[in-house]
Ligand binder design. Structure first.
Ligand code: UD1
Length: 374
């Protein structure tokens, strides 16, 4: 049983399901959507863009506090697991659905397989960090995206034999979809914005922000919007707004900080739209984990508006620079990029479009080894 719940899970699962279907022999899979994300723009659109099959099962949990959401996934997943009796439960990433389904499975004696294991920000105030640490602890087979993840896992007492370095499945999706990326000008036109903005001398920047630590407090969000306004004086910005961020801008009355002539606000974008927007950008400013990796794969400079990252390889080898919420660091970062001093980076090992194939091959072997001998 393969689990997805929230937006960043979908681009990881799509290549895995394809690799399972193409493997000889094929690895049969049931796709379960917990319904953590449910809006058409956060879920259906991505399913279509990524050519994900319709889920076999949708648990329709919806939004809630961490406790409510996690508990609801667990309650609804348990009977499904009892009914289907899979040989393993495969989870990806670090969202609440990842941990909730892993926890149900391990207590039923069903092996848990975690794709994107071992990433650590070291910041336990992040809900995702808790989800990562706990999911890895109860996983039987762990697939990592970068070599440093193994050290993180071993420090937490996880044996190296359980870990397999497979590479980055999210980059498999990027390779598969890049030819279909939607040109940025078309995306702007579709939302009634003037595509001439993209042809500014300095190019344009892409912004996404949705971490609770950045958008849930009025003062922090105000500071970030003021900083983005200063950035937008240097180059126009396209800001794809997560529902959490849009709601908070309205709730805190901060809409006035956005200069509509220099900053286009868009609803959450589909996968092909985001690929097109990022691919043509001069810089991406974000607090997303996925975008840090995608910009590294695309060779586009990224400024990450966080204090830490669980994806250090994007800084060490890729195009990522951590700038926190430090106004001066953000503006200097942008100025450096505009002056041609942005990081060029290189694509990390095994971010080559074949991570899911490696997972399918290894998992097939591993499941075979687990099966009781007759
Ligand atoms: C979740 C993940 C985060 C991931 C992010 C990507 C956890 C702990 N967090 O955060 O790791 O980076 O997804 O988007 O699992 N909402 C909608 N429509 C939807 C879904 C959510 O409007 O389809 C709104 C609701 O008001 C909801 C809020 O967004 O309360 C937050 O959604 P939630 O799933 O709780 O967390 P995210 O912030 O999306």
């Amino acid at each position: 049983m393969c689990i997805v719940g929230a937006r960043p899970n979908f681009m990881k699962m799509a290549p895995i399901l394809r690799a399972f279907a193409e493997h000889q022999p094929p690895l049969p899979a049931l796709l379960v959507h917990t319904g953590q994300h449910y809006d058409a723009s956060m879920s259906d659109q991505l399913f279509a863009d990524l050519r994900l099959p319709r889920p076999d099962l949708n648990l329709e949990v919806g939004s809630g506090s961490h406790a409510v959401q996690t508990a609801e996934v667990m309650k609804r997943f348990e009977p499904a697991l009892d009914e289907h009796k899979p040989s393993c439960v495969l989870v990806v990433g670090d969202v609440n659905s990842t941990l909730a389904c892993s926890l149900v499975a391990v207590k039923k004696g069903v092996p848990v397989v975690h794709v994107e294991a071992g990433l650590r920000s070291g910041d336990r105030r992040m809900p995702e960090e808790i989800n990562r640490v706990l999911t890895d602890q109860i996983s039987d087979r762990l697939y990592t995206t970068e070599r440093s993840a193994l050290g993180n896992l071993q420090r937490e007492g996880i044996a190296a034999e359980r870990v397999c370095f497979a590479g980055n499945v999210m980059i498999d999706s990027l390779h598969a979809s890049r030819p279909q990326a939607r040109p940025a000008a078309d995306t702007l036109k579709a939302h009634g914005a003037d595509p001439a903005l993209l042809r500014a001398e300095a190019g344009y920047g892409v912004v996404t922000l949705h971490r609770p630590s950045n958008v849930d407090q009025a003062d922090t969000l105000r500071l970030l919007l003021e900083t983005l306004r200063a950035v937008s004086e240097r180059l126009p910005l396209v800001f794809a707004l997560h529902p959490r961020t849009r709601a908070n801008i309205e709730r805190f009355g901060l809409g006035g900080l956005i200069d509509a002539r220099r900053m286009v606000l868009l609803p959450p974008q589909g996968y092909l739209e985001m690929l097109g927007l990022m691919g043509g950008a001069t810089v991406v400013l974000t607090d997303s984990g996925g975008l840090q990796e995608e910009t590294t794969a695309l060779g586009v400079p990224c400024l990450t508006l966080r204090e830490n990252t669980e994806r250090p390889i994007t800084v060490e080898q890729g195009t990522n620079t951590m700038v926190g919420r430090d106004v001066q660091a953000i503006l200097t970062g942008v100025d450096d990029i505009l002056a041609g001093r942005g990081k060029r980076g290189r694509v990390p090992e095994y971010w080559d479009g074949h991570a899911a194939d490696r997972i399918a091959a290894d998992l097939h072997r591993w499941l075979h080894d687990q099966a009781p001998t007759p």
